[in-house]
Design a protein around this ligand. Structure first.
Ligand SMILES: [Zn+2]
Length: 427
């Protein structure tokens, strides 16, 4: 929303409100790296009042130098001190400041969505509805990352956590606490907290789309930490998709299988390892996984009747992984290795549907390594069986080894060196 009751609202690249202009009044905001407001400038007809914020504890307004301090008992804001003295803050079940006593006495009642229903006296604090900071100039309430409009009962900015592509129709990115303000609050701007259970209901809501698309159990996902969740959502935003479609390969009928929270956590871990490794060797993981320019990288969960723990489908930038694979993380990394090899360009010299990128050869340290065309492709040991070596598989295995099994990596590196020596003799 850029215009609201004649106000012009401007946002920065991270979708944070930076200025609001109404007539002769302009309000500007600055945030720290965590998105917390650290500074507010209110300019009325050219005269500016600046407020600096130190966490939620301390505010100083310039040029008057008036200081407001807040006091907490646990997470609960219980009192404040300003030039008038100490005032005690009393909240309702949602944490809204509903009464004050001590130096300044007041009462305030709210409508369900946060509009002010009635007041007695004047609240000495701008922590109001659900205990969040209201801005009396722009008449919005700051809820973590976003600003909320209590007149409309919705956010002024869309949620930056994008709807899941599987089922976007029910998700309104502006809606507030699932339209149930009696029960939920949203102090972060991304997540509706159930005041009875303390759980983040928005997780379920976001996951609902994943759940509907994939069929995995949301109960397991609730165990994830906030960091894990954010990291996972980051991959979704980047274009990684977790599917469970039926896939065919080599005339085998492969059934899509619902993701479990555990398998999803393993895939997330594999992506982290891949990302760390690709970055550490100077690659760009977005490019490597084919995500630049809005591309998607699909990790498909399947049950394979016989033979394969996973395979790469270059046409769809998709890897298919047997969800019951013993080394699930290793399989994801191996198959992603094929995808990266392919995505980094078919610069190799191998044939017959193979690919072996310049980057892959660089990582293998085998710039002169040639395939033996016509000898067939199989997972094989290039030392024991050099005639049937398959550089695709060796790359994928070396990639996996380099990432998570240094002993395995050493083994393959030895094999690669031995192979190079042999090839040098032949040539
Ligand atoms: Zn492979």
């Amino acid at each position: 929303m850029n215009n609201r009751n004649g106000q012009t609202l401007q946002y920065d690249k991270e979708n944070r409100l930076i200025t609001a202009t109404l007539g002769v009044t302009t309000t500007a905001y600055a945030y720290n790296a965590d998105g917390q407001r650290v500074k507010q400038l209110i300019t009325v007809s050219g005269v500016t009042t600046t407020t600096l914020y130190v966490g939620n504890y301390y505010e100083v307004t310039l040029p008057t130098n008036s200081v407001t301090k807040y006091y907490y008992f646990g997470a609960q804001r219980v009192a404040m001190r300003n030039t008038n003295g100490v005032t005690y803050l009393h909240g309702d079940n949602l944490g809204s400041t509903s009464a004050t006593s001590g130096a300044q006495n007041s009462k305030q009642w709210y409508y369900a969505f946060g509009g002010v229903r009635a007041t007695e006296g004047t609240l000495p604090t701008d922590y109001t509805y659900t205990g969040q900071k209201a801005d009396s100039y722009i008449k919005l309430i700051q809820m973590g990352a976003r600003w909320y409009d209590s007149d409309l009962g919705r956010f002024a900015q869309p949620d930056s956590i994008i709807p899941n592509p599987y089922n976007p129709q029910n998700l309104n990115r502006y809606s507030y606490v699932l339209n149930n303000p009696i029960r939920y609050t949203d102090p972060t701007g991304h997540c509706s907290i159930d005041e009875e259970t303390g759980k983040c209901e928005k997780l379920d809501y976001t996951y609902l789309h994943v759940v509907q698309g994939l069929g995995f159990e949301p109960s397991g996902l609730e165990e994830w930490s906030k960091n894990d969740l954010n990291y996972f959502l980051g991959w979704l935003r980047a274009g990684v998709r977790f599917t469970n479609n039926t896939a065919n390969y080599m005339n085998q009928c492969n059934q899509g299988v619902a993701w479990t929270a555990d398998a999803l956590a393993s895939a997330r871990e594999a992506l982290k390892l891949i990302s760390d490794y690709v970055t550490s060797v100077g690659g760009n993981v977005m490019e490597a996984l084919g995500l630049v320019g809005g591309g998607t990288f699909i990790i498909n969960s399947v049950a394979v009747p016989t033979g394969y723990a996973g395979w790469h489908d270059s046409a769809n930038n998709q890897i298919n992984v047997l969800i019951s694979a013993q080394d699930f993380i290793g399989v994801v990394i191996h198959e992603a290795g094929h995808a990266i090899d392919y995505n980094y360009g078919n610069g190799g010299t191998i044939g017959v549907g193979g690919y072996w990128s310049a980057r892959a050869r660089e990582w293998l340290g085998v710039a002169g390594w040639q395939n033996n065309p016509g000898t067939g492709w199989s997972h094989s040991n290039p030392v024991a069986d050099p005639g049937k070596n398959n550089p695709l598989e060796n790359f994928a295995d070396v990639f996996r080894g380099a990432i998570r099994e240094s002993s395995n990596y050493d083994q393959y590196k030895q094999q690669v060196d031995a192979l190079n020596a042999m090839l040098a003799k032949i040539q």
